[in-house]
Structures are given as C-alpha cells and as structure tokens.
Design a protein around this ligand. Structure first.
Ligand SMILES: [Co+2]
Length: 473
C-alpha cells in the first residue's frame, strides 16, 4: 500500500509521516545510468521459470493442478517416512511435492508446511557495516530483539508464503474480460483460506488476514483503487496495465507487496523500470543507511528507462508524492517515508525495522492527485476509545471497527461481508470528528500509464531478509 507524501495543509493522509522534514522536493532530472548490472527480469510475469527451485520459496507448490489435500502423492508418503526416522532429521523446510496448492488457492499453508517452518526470504548481506553494535552488546540486548524471535520470523515468513501463493494464482489466471471485483475477491478469499481464518467473528481478523484493501489500479490510476460494493463493474481490457497491491498480516505484522501485469508487451519497459527501481532501493537499504541514499538509488534506476507507446517515446518518471514506508505492528505506515526522488532526509534505517520499499513509475506527470470515490478507511492510532459523538450509528460502527480492524486500513467490501449495513452516515461522522481517516484513489493524468513493484523486508543484524521475494519478482 502506497504512502502519500504530505503537502502543506495535507496532513490527513498520514500517520505522522514526514517527507522530508520541511524541505521541498528537489526535481532533479535523472542522471544517465552507466550500467544496468542490477537490472533483473524482463518485466513479464506469465510463466516465468527462471527461479531456482531449491531456495525453499515454495515455487514448486503452486503450479496449477487441482490436488485435494486428502490425496497425497507417493512423494508425500516418502516424505512422511523420512520424518519418522529416529535421527529426527527433518525434511528441509517444505515437504516438497507433498501437497500442492489448488487453483484457486484453498489449501492452508499450514498443511503445505506441516513442520511449521516456512521458507526464509531472500538473504541480502549488507554491503557495508558501519558503526555496528558489538556482538556482546547484541547478546546483552537479545531479549528485546523480538525480530530475531523464531515465532515472529516464522509468522512473518508464513504471511509472505500466503502472499506468494495467492499472487501466483493472480498471475496465472487474471485475464482481460474479468472484473476487478472478481480479482479482488479472489485474492481476499485465497488469503483467508490459506491462513485458515475467515475473519467473520469479532477479533478474528485482528489475528490474521488482509493487511489493507486490495489495490487494483488501471493505467493512470496509480494507487489506492479498490472495487466498492454496488458500483458499475470494471472489466479488465487487453491494453490495460494492472497493478496488484495486497497485504497479508499475522498478529498485526503486515507483508506489503505489489506487482504489475500487462498483456501487451508495449509496456515491458515501464514494468522493467519500476522493478529495477524497487530492487535498487532494496539493494541500497541497510542498517545505518540514510533514506536520502535509498531514494537517490531508486530515482536513478527508474529514470534510466524510457518507454515507447504507439510511436511516442516517454521518459519513465518516478512519482514524486508517493513514498515507501516502514511498517509497525498493526500500522501499515510506521512513520518513516522513503521517497522515490532525491531529497536530503538524513534519517537512518535501524536494525529490527521492517520496510515496504515500493516504487511507482509513470508516463504521466509524476504527481498523483485524488480521484473520485473512496479506497478505504483506517482508525486513527491516537483516536479516543470513547467517541465524543452523539450519533448512535457512529458509536456502533466505531465498536465494529475496533473489534474487527483496529488500526488496519479496511474497505467497504471488508465491512459489508461482516453484515454491516447502512454505515455511511456513521462513517462520515467518524471521519468528520477525526476518529477515522479516509483514503481516496490516487491518479496521474488521463492517458498515462503507471506501474508499481513492492517488497517487504526486515533489517536483521547481518543481513536484510526480503520476506516477500519470490521467483516472479
Ligand atoms: Co506499501
């Protein structure tokens, strides 16, 4: 989920975000990039088969085939036999070839990984280690370092695996002619099934579920569009560029990851630019690294590309007023922002922080503005428990939000599937009183195209763990 950079008098979009403190964004044209050695991928997603299968990312699991969890293959029997050996040598990470994910995904990941050990994310060793605490100090502080706790790590990796298996299904099945509503509900039903949590009883969706409203943006829509109940269906077209941004959380720790699909190869370079920009940002990030350095790497990569669309060449522009962000528990935006354009923010990244590095590139102006409609709502983290409003429907709605979402951003579809009706007056009252924040779709100029890629990673002691990495992006 994108984080909108606040402009003056535009603070309502953020949970205490700053970008960068009291400084205008310098509009540098991107310098020519000398080499593209870090460029990866070709920007296409269908049937990418380049990933190694032995890194435990579960990619062997989701490749089609409706296999019922109740019909294990012979390989399962072998794997199970292995597990019974007295020397207790567990089969590695996943019971490879045991159970397979169905299409649409409905097999809980706990059944695919019965050991409870989920694939580690991509490990990126820090380039430079500066001014690090000593190992002795780290050991001393160990009990406070929850991010090295095994339960924390396994839950985060599990959420990432749910993301990978769900998005694989989208990449394989999303086609022109489908409605965005079908795709969104397909994603959400999959996430809930894989987590084994329907999230219909009060408190359930706080344990695990969707991390924010599923974002499905077309073309000049850059971020924060989700289908709303009762609206005219939006049908995916052959020429569309579709960004898919969804989150999976367990215990409030959100995996925030996004990718872009196009059915016409015209847009390959746009997708490649944004993918490169995101990967360059991730590569640069690390403990003690300044946000300004991450932003500069992102912009340099992004703006080294151009894209030719129907005979006209466009530079790929980094969107100036959206940002990557850190993630705090139950807060998709933890308070630090990572712009995609050069800035002087000297804030350093710190060990234990979780970041969602996302970048958006566009053939438009590179500035987003509010579009019509609504994306979602989120409880202000500092909103009072007892709401000072007289409208009883607003007080009831506030209770429902607290019980089901807390500070997790949600959309109208998430609310209506709980059976909540006639909530708009109450919602408007909560928004007007500063208790609930509303989020609008964000767009660039009509006729432009945009793309997004995003990964969630954890800054550990000696390396980054890119939790959401897959063989697709
Ligand atoms: Co995000």
């Amino acid at each position: 989920m994108g984080s909108r950079a606040p402009e003056q008098g535009d603070r309502r979009y953020f949970h205490g975000d700053s970008f960068p403190p009291n400084e205008p964004v310098p509009v540098d044209a991107g310098e020519p990039r000398e080499s593209h050695t870090s460029r990866d991928g070709d920007g296409r997603f269908e049937g990418v088969a380049t990933g190694d299968d032995d890194d435990g990312d579960g990619d062997g699991e989701g490749e089609g085939g409706e296999v019922s969890p109740a019909s294990p293959s012979t390989e399962t029997a072998v794997a199970q036999k292995k597990r019974k050996r007295p020397n207790r040598k567990k089969p590695k990470k996943k019971g490879k070839g045991s159970l397979k994910q169905s299409s649409p995904p409905r097999v809980p990941v706990s059944q695919l990984f019965p050991s409870g050990l989920y694939p580690e994310g991509e490990v990126q060793i820090y380039d430079q280690v500066t001014a690090r605490t000593t190992a002795a100090e780290l050991r001393y502080n160990n009990r406070q370092r929850y991010w090295e706790d095994d339960t924390f790590l396994q839950n985060y990796r599990k959420a990432a695996e749910v993301h990978r298996q769900t998005r694989r299904w989208v990449q394989e099945t999303a086609k022109p002619g489908q409605t965005l509503n079908d795709i969104a509900e397909g994603i959400e039903d999959s996430v809930r099934a894989l987590l084994e949590n329907a999230g219909l009883q009060p408190g359930e969706a706080l344990k695990s579920g969707l991390g924010f409203p599923t974002g499905l943006c077309l073309n000049h829509q850059v971020a924060h569009y989700t289908p709303n109940p009762g609206q005219k269906p939006v049908v995916l077209q052959e020429q569309d560029v579709l960004t898919v941004d969804f989150g999976v959380h367990i215990n409030g720790w959100i995996v925030d990851s996004a990718f872009t699909m196009a059915f016409d190869p015209t847009y390959d370079n746009l997708l490649a630019a944004v993918k490169d920009a995101t990967n360059s940002g991730i590569k640069t990030a690390g403990v003690d690294v300044r946000i300004s350095d991450v932003s500069a790497a992102i912009q340099e990569a992004m703006e080294s590309y151009e894209v030719e669309i129907r005979g006209k060449t466009y530079p790929v522009k980094a969107v100036r007023n959206l940002c990557g962000h850190n993630i705090a528990r139950y807060h998709i935006h933890g308070g630090k922002s990572i712009p995609f354009v050069r800035n002087r923010d000297q804030t350093k990244m710190e060990e234990g922080e979780v970041y969602a590095i996302e970048t958006f590139g566009t053939t438009g102006r590179g500035i987003v503005v509010d579009d019509m409609g609504i994306y979602g709502y989120g409880l202000h983290h500092d909103a009072p428990l007892n709401v000072p409003v007289s409208l009883s429907s607003a007080r009831r709605l506030h209770k429902t939000i607290r019980e089901n979402f807390g500070t997790i951003v949600f959309c109208r579809r998430y609310l209506e599937r709980l059976g909540v009706e006639k909530y708009l007056a109450g919602m408007n009252c909560l928004v007007a009183n500063g208790i609930v924040e509303e989020y609008r779709p964000l767009m660039d100029i009509k006729g432009s195209c945009s793309a997004q890629f995003e990964h969630t990673f954890l800054l550990r002691e000696t390396h980054k763990e890119v939790l959401s990495r897959g063989d697709d992006y």
